[in-house]
Design a protein around this ligand. Structure first.
Ligand code: AMP
Ligand code: MG
Length: 482
């Protein structure tokens, strides 16, 4: 089995990680494999025998050149600082530079205990692997920055959570596993040489344009801030709630990272809290933009030995401007508007109030709106049902706005269908795939994965996956102990 590793992170030195081998899964069984993701590291399923591939993805076969390591980091969790976290149940198996020059990390989640496991068992359960697999690939297909998922392998090794579950592993691919918390760790342990080294590594591999700036570390802070603001604007426009925006779950390259008790908004509710242990609603949907900024401030604080006095202020302005512009641009596109008008912000804000007041499914409303014709009123949108009357005044304004920009129905429909997904990962859909997988049947998981790969396509055979969530599927309690 040959994988061309190019382990740049390992070359940073021992201060940055602990080297150790994964603890293999006994009797590994393949659950799902993402051939597209395999292509990212220039491999195909024909590159290996089935057994070799399964053994590699479950920690028992170590290809030549692999240098498994647990990365060290710390982080602010729910606002409080945890001085030492680190990879407690995952290992960076190595890095691959693909033929287009991209560097990819191969991270095996659920690979056993490490020096950072604290009280944990180092394992991941099938349920949480499936949730990460589906969500990361769904976000990717929507066009939202995210880590990728390559595979899931399960086993009969029992793992204790609320019940006994099966130890499983997910192979995650990402351009980087460096977190805001990685910088916090070196900063607050006063390892300032290592902090600088980590910044230089990040600049070289992820933000090379920063090295040409007067203060490359200011530039790094700003570049990471910009990526973060763009990411969160996308979460808000697509109705995605991350659930655990601790700084150890914030990727320095601004990807959606570390999927836990996340959730896609169903009926529109700005106070939606997807993480049931988040009693205070710190990470409620509407808090995400503020928390994104809070996290960038934490990053600025960690970088304070290297950045200028003006750095944090520049960061604040950049975050706000980038977030506002990106979110506004996305919402206007969701409405199918192409020529800016000063009333646009009010138009979508009033619409969100209506969706909230009438508990309308967020994604399905916008998808239905793409079919709207100027000659119609609100009642033509079947998903508004009995509340069409309260929407009619808004539709009058929308109609006027479309007329004023001479909107062409056909073009608008096409543009709107390219940003308003028909298929999102509803919790109950994930839950159904999980329940069947836990019984050893992976067909529903594979089907759902295929549907989510093309969220903007009509997919006539899969209409049922696009329906509003049935009452029994709303407010499912998702366990956080993954
Ligand atoms: P997470 O909630 O997945 O972002 O994890 C937060 C921290 O807890 C990280 O340092 C993880 O490595 C660690 N952790 C989570 N689950 C486990 C586990 N089952 N065993 C060991 N460490 C864990
Ligand atoms: Mg984490």
């Amino acid at each position: 089995m040959t994988i061309k590793f190019n382990n740049l992170y390992a070359s940073l030195g021992e201060a940055f990680y602990a080297s150790l081998d994964p603890d293999p899964l006994p009797n590994p069984q393949s659950v799902i494999l993402n051939e597209d993701a395999l292509g990212l590291i220039d491999l195909t399923i024909n590159s290996f025998s089935d057994e070799d591939l399964r053994d590699f993805l479950s920690g028992s076969l170590m290809p030549k050149g692999s240098e498994p390591l647990a990365m060290v980091y710390s982080g602010h969790q729910f606002g409080g600082y945890s001085p030492r976290l680190g990879d407690g149940r995952g290992l960076l198996m190595g890095q691959v530079r693909n033929k287009t020059g991209e560097l990819w990390d191969l991270h095996l989640k659920g690979s056993g205990k490490t020096p950072f496991s604290r009280m944990g068992d180092g394992r991941a359960v099938l349920r949480s692997c499936i949730r990460e697999y589906l969500a990361s690939e769904a976000l990717f297909a929507l066009g939202i920055a995210t880590t990728r998922a390559l595979s899931i392998v399960t086993s009969d090794e029992p793992v204790r959570r609320e019940t006994i579950e099966n130890a499983s592993m997910l192979m995650r691919l990402s351009r980087s596993h460096i977190r805001f918390g990685s910088f916090e760790y070196f900063s607050y342990t006063e390892q300032h040489n290592e902090l600088r080294q980590l910044c230089d590594y990040t600049i070289l591999n992820h933000f090379p344009q920063c090295s040409e700036q007067d203060n490359p570390y200011d530039a790094l802070l700003l570049a990471a801030t910009e990526k973060t603001a763009l990411l969160i604007a996308h979460w808000q426009a697509f109705g995605f709630a991350h659930g655990v925006m601790n700084t150890d779950n914030m990727s320095i390259i601004g990807q959606t990272f570390d999927y836990g008790p996340y959730g896609f908004m169903e009926s529109y509710d700005p106070y939606y809290i997807c993480n049931h242990s988040d009693d205070q609603g710190r990470y409620a949907f509407c808090q995400q933009p503020n928390i994104g900024y809070w996290n960038c401030q934490a990053l600025a604080q960690a970088l304070s030995p290297l950045i200028s006095k003006e750095g944090p202020e520049k960061m604040r302005a950049l975050y706000q401007e980038t977030y506002n512009q990106c979110y506004h641009g996305l919402m206007v596109r969701k409405l199918g508007l192409t020529k800016p008008h000063p009333s646009d912000k009010q138009l979508y804000e009033d619409l969100l109030d209506l969706l909230e007041g009438n508990k309308i499914d967020y994604s399905n409303f916008f998808r239905a709106l793409s079919h709207y014709k100027i000659s119609e009123d609100a009642s033509s949108l079947t998903n508004l049902q009995s509340c069409a009357n309260s929407f009619n005044p808004w539709f009058m304004r929308y109609k006027e706005r479309l007329i004023s920009e001479k909107s062409c129905q056909e073009t608008r429909h096409k543009n709107m269908c390219a940003i308003n997904p028909k298929y999102i990962l509803r919790n109950y859909l994930a839950q159904r795939a999980i329940q069947q997988a836990e019984m050893g049947d992976y067909q529903e998981l594979t089907r759902l994965f295929m549907v989510l790969k093309n969220p903007y396509a009509e997919q006539p055979d899969h209409q049922a996956y696009a329906a509003d969530t049935p009452p029994w599927g709303q407010n499912l309690q998702i366990s956080c102990s993954s």
